[in-house]
Design a binder for this molecule. Structure first.
Ligand SMILES: C[S@@+](CC[C@H](N)C(=O)[O-])C[C@H]1O[C@@H](n2cnc3c(N)ncnc32)[C@H](O)[C@@H]1O
Length: 350
């Protein structure tokens, strides 16, 4: 099934259309994507082979009614699409690092035009530097379940480059707040952070340097989090998609929410997040504290995780004191492989 998709990737663009470089199909766990959707993807590939731009445009439009995100190459005249490649093929972590030059473009279900998401270099954006598979799964899910966010104020935790938050805004949320931690926050969390945020109530304006990053919470050479550069990229992604009127970017460190004195600026009827559980790297306790602090009573939190990551199986328990927790297992197929995801939904009670 996937061979046909692979064959078409990286073909030169034609007919003024942005060519697909990958197809992301979301289905229930244990179920293959609907044959109709796969056929449409394969027809797109055939259309490229045939140089039939009109048929390609029609098939891409038809894909907008499916649970499929079509990743598009650069616009005509831009840099040629990068050769497709998959980095670090570990179980459950397929194709998260598809290389891309310039912003990546995702045509999402029922969206007139693709969402553009710029990424940051790893050493400037830490683990949030790129679009992770779970955020593509969340984006497809949100656009297929727009009623979950339509007209609501939404907070995205650990936005990274923000595909989930941008997709929520595009799906009709009234306001979206995208949040990330800065390097200065995390560096401070090793020692002085708590005193600074609790007693002074201010955030430090620490300077972000590579040297500082290597001394981050995971130690020399370890993975790192967020940073000023990532916050700027998030803001750029809001602007790229013309969402400045509905979306804003803020600094938010979940660790702060562990303090009994922590008072959130406001609470939200909808909280979202993707790929936020990796218990050896981020603290599940602090994530649960942030969900607790920001999800209003009667509100809902939707967290899309990658199955198999440490701590994911403990997320329902970590949230269970806050309300009803449901889990739905899903598979996100793409032209290279698949990622196993789980959507954890918390309905907050008083
Ligand atoms: C694997 S990345 C996922 C990014 C994005 N949600 C996605 O799916 O593409 C995890 C994100 O959580 C953020 N994060 C980790 N610990 C955090 C904390 N204590 N407070 C706020 N964000 C945190 C990281 O900076 C990173 O952007």
């Amino acid at each position: 099934m996937w061979l046909a998709l692979l064959l078409c990737l990286g073909l030169p663009s034609s007919g003024g259309l942005r060519l697909p470089v990958n197809f992301w199909l979301l289905s229930r766990s244990g179920e293959a994507p609907p044959p109709h959707d796969v056929q449409l993807c394969n027809r797109c590939c055939q259309n490229i082979d045939d140089g039939d731009a009109a048929a390609l445009a029609a098939n891409l439009a038809a894909l907008e009614s499916c649970a499929v995100a079509v990743e598009l190459g650069p616009e005509e005249g831009g840099a040629p699409p990068p050769p497709p490649r998959v980095v670090e093929l570990r179980p459950g972590e397929l194709a998260e690092q598809l290389c891309a030059r310039g912003p990546r473009a995702f045509q999402l279900p029922r969206r007139g035009h693709p969402l553009e998401i710029g990424e940051a270099p790893f050493d400037e954006g830490g683990l949030g530097h790129s679009v992770w598979d779970a955020s593509i799964g969340l984006a497809v899910w949100l656009t297929r379940h727009a009623e979950a966010v339509r007209g609501a104020r939404v907070l995205e935790l650990g936005s990274g480059v923000g595909l989930g938050g941008v997709a929520a805004a595009a799906a009709g949320a009234a306001r979206v707040t995208l949040s990330e931690v800065t390097l200065s926050e995390m560096t401070r969390s090793e020692g002085t952070r708590s005193e600074m945020t609790r007693s002074e109530g201010t955030r430090s304006e620490g300077t972000v340097t590579k040297e500082a990053r290597s001394e981050g919470p995971l130690g020399e050479g370890g993975a790192d989090f967020g940073g000023e550069r990532l916050l700027r990229e998030l803001e750029a992604n809001v602007r790229r998609n013309g969402l400045e009127a509905v979306a804003r970017v803020v600094e938010l460190n979940w660790e702060d929410c562990l303090s009994p004195e922590y008072e959130p600026e406001c609470t939200y009827p909808v909280v979202i997040g993707s790929d936020l559980v990796h218990d050896e790297v981020y603290s599940l306790r602090s994530l649960a504290a942030a969900v607790s602090a920001f999800t209003e009573v009667g509100g809902t939190a939707y967290l899309m995780s990658t199955r198999g990551r440490p701590g994911v199986e403990r997320l329902p328990l970590a949230l269970s004191s806050l309300g009803e927790v449901e889990e739905e297992e899903m598979t996100l197929f793409n032209s290279y492989g698949k990622a196993e995801l789980v959507l954890t939904t918390l309905r907050r009670r008083a």
